[in-house]
Design a protein around this ligand. Structure first.
Ligand SMILES: [Zn+2]
Length: 166
């Protein structure tokens, strides 16, 4: 899904609300990704704000099992318009205040915002690291077998029947 910058600028208050409910390329999810986003134009900047909900299919770092994690992302992303804007617009004095560390994506040579890409980037950046299926996950089955074997090691049986005679 692409949003035309002209559509944002021509919208009421230069603010365009969109509802996204679809699959996102390269993002493995259970069901579709849902996002409610507001795109606002501020002179030579476009700001995207909103929320993304996705059930992302992941692989556990510890047990290597597939699992699905519900990921919710608060989006607040600013795009700087590239060469496409006219001088008049660039000097309109309408500028968005950028806080330190704000991430600004330059949109050069395009008159659209790629919503799928925005969602893809936002979701993948919010996948936890390490990525585990459960906080108590003990690791893969090989490890489990090893632990069980250790507990019921026949060599240890002898201690069960050991009687201490003083
Ligand atoms: Zn696991």
């Amino acid at each position: 899904m692409n949003i035309s910058i002209d559509d944002i600028k021509n919208a009421k208050n230069q603010s365009l609300k969109i509802h996204f409910d679809n699959e996102v390329k390269n993002l493995s999810t259970e069901g579709s990704v849902v996002a409610d986003l507001v795109f606002s134009a501020y002179g030579s900047f476009i700001n995207a704000k909103g929320k993304i909900f996705a059930n992302v299919k992941l692989v556990c770092d510890r047990c290597l099992k597939d699992f699905t994690k519900n990921i919710e992302v608060d989006v607040d992303e600013t795009y700087k318009l590239g060469s496409l804007i006219s001088n008049e617009e660039a000097h309109s004095g309408q500028e968005i205040e950028l806080k330190d560390g704000d991430f600004v994506t330059e949109l050069t040579g395009t008159d659209e915002v790629d919503v799928d890409d925005l969602i893809y980037q936002s979701v993948t950046l919010n996948i936890p690291n390490p990525c585990v299926c459960d906080i108590n996950c003990n690791g893969d089955s090989e490890m489990e077998k090893y632990i069980k074997k250790e507990v019921s090691d026949p060599r240890l049986e002898v201690f069960k029947n050991l009687k201490i005679n003083n």
